[in-house]
Design a protein around this ligand. Structure first.
Ligand code: FES
Length: 132
């Protein structure tokens, strides 16, 4: 059986994930799953002045998915929406000391769910009226 090497930082985020839970009346939510492994997670956001004022997540997933989403929430909190969307899975994995090639896909779930949540938020914003 092949074992997976995780950094101490990744294990710490897995054992003590940050920003876990739901937000009441979120401004946006994103749900994503990976059919190849069955892992899935949901992200909830609150937006204030175009910045992520709050972010939480729930996950049913492997240690890497939970730890990378935990790290993502720390990296994204307080950023503008565009800054948060610019966070790449590789940056999140790097902030945790890196992931092996076989586990790198786990870091895609959080960023994909955040993307969905921001898109949903933006879709719900009133569009500026065009003068006739
Ligand atoms: Fe499925 Fe990690 S094995 S997200």
């Amino acid at each position: 059986m092949k074992t997976v090497d995780y950094s101490e930082k990744l294990i710490e985020h897995f054992q003590n994930p940050r920003n876990v839970g739901r937000l009441p009346r979120p401004d946006g939510t994103g749900v994503i799953g990976d059919p190849s492994c069955g892992d899935c997670l949901r992200i909830f956001i609150k937006v204030k002045n175009n910045r992520l004022a709050k972010i939480k997540f729930e996950a049913y997933g492997c240690p890497a998915a939970i730890a990378t989403t935990s790290m993502l929430t720390e990296m994204a909190l307080g950023k503008t929406l565009d800054e948060a969307l610019a966070i790449k899975p590789q940056e999140v994995a790097g902030a945790l000391g890196g992931l092996s090639a076989q586990k790198l896909h786990c870091s895609n779930l959080g960023t994909a769910a955040l993307y969905q949540a921001v898109c949903l938020y933006r879709q719900q914003q009133p569009r500026p009226r065009k003068d006739r």
